[in-house]
Design a protein around this ligand. Sequence first.
Ligand code: FAD
Length: 299
Amino acid sequence: IPAPATSRAQSQPAISFEFFPPKTAEMENSLWETISRLAPLTPNFVSVTYGAGGSTRERTHSTIARILKETDLLPAAHLTCVGAARSEIDDIVGRYHETGVRHIVALRGDPPGGIGTPYLTHPDGYQTSPELVAGIKKRFPDIEVSVSAYPEKHPESRNFDADIDTLKAKVDAGATRAITQVFFDNDLYFRYLDRVRARGIDIPIVPGIMPMHNFKQARNFVTRAGTTVPNWLAEKFDGLDDDAETRKLVAATVVAGQVQKLNKHGVDTFHFYTMNRADLVFAICHLLGIRPAGAQKAA
Ligand code: FAD
């Protein structure tokens, strides 16, 4: 995948893309088609998730290694505290550092028994996400650490204050960027941002944007993670269960509206949950004025 010929104009929003590690050879091909299509949009970084309970440890690593080897993209590896001793996590981080990775998205992770079950820490493990952030930064100060943020608060948080206390602890431990859980109501994001800034947290709180290729599936998934799906949004997909083509057009319209409104109100950085698909994300970036680097040069 060729190096981007130019970097984007300053006035254009900065973007990053999230992928998940593919399970099969077919999924891997499809991910790499997606990466080829999106790479010329010159994202700041691309991140690769870490399966619940560490289930994709090797696949996350090999996807990251291939991105480093075959592209000029800057990869960020997601990592959680779940189901592993500190020494194992430290080894993973060390291996990433050796491979050339300089960005980790550090998370506590979901309960090993699944969302909704109590979170059980590993007896020898990192107990919390701030501990993980501190553990990474202590050994490798040159690794940039991003963390999560929850505009609707994390479902396990007692209240917003407790939630934002955790974010503050992650920042104090060395995190320099937070990426939000998906949200569909921009007001939730802006209210959250006010609370975060009032608490003295000044790192970028990058909105996590999810184009929904399959509304019903996405709704189940995000609702379990604590995201509200407003009625007005569900209504837009009413009657489209068997009409993937129209669903796609509607999804593009909805998300384009969301990012354009955020952008109009001063948000200049977006993180896209791509679900390993390029088409909607590419279209939405286009609407934000972002063009492939080569095309921009030609223009
Ligand atoms: P934290 O930020 O540590 O905690 C979130 C909130 O929960 C805190 O504000 C805190 O108040 C509250 N809390 C935590 N523990 C307790 C407790 N014991 N009692 C009371 N309240 C508590 N998951 C994966 O498995 N792999 C991934 O790659 C992955 N990537 C993600 C990327 C992003 C951008 C986001 C937003 C989430 C991602 N997740 C991923 C999901 C994440 O692991 C879950 O949401 C998990 O439940 C919380 O991990 P965290 O680091 O976000 O939590």
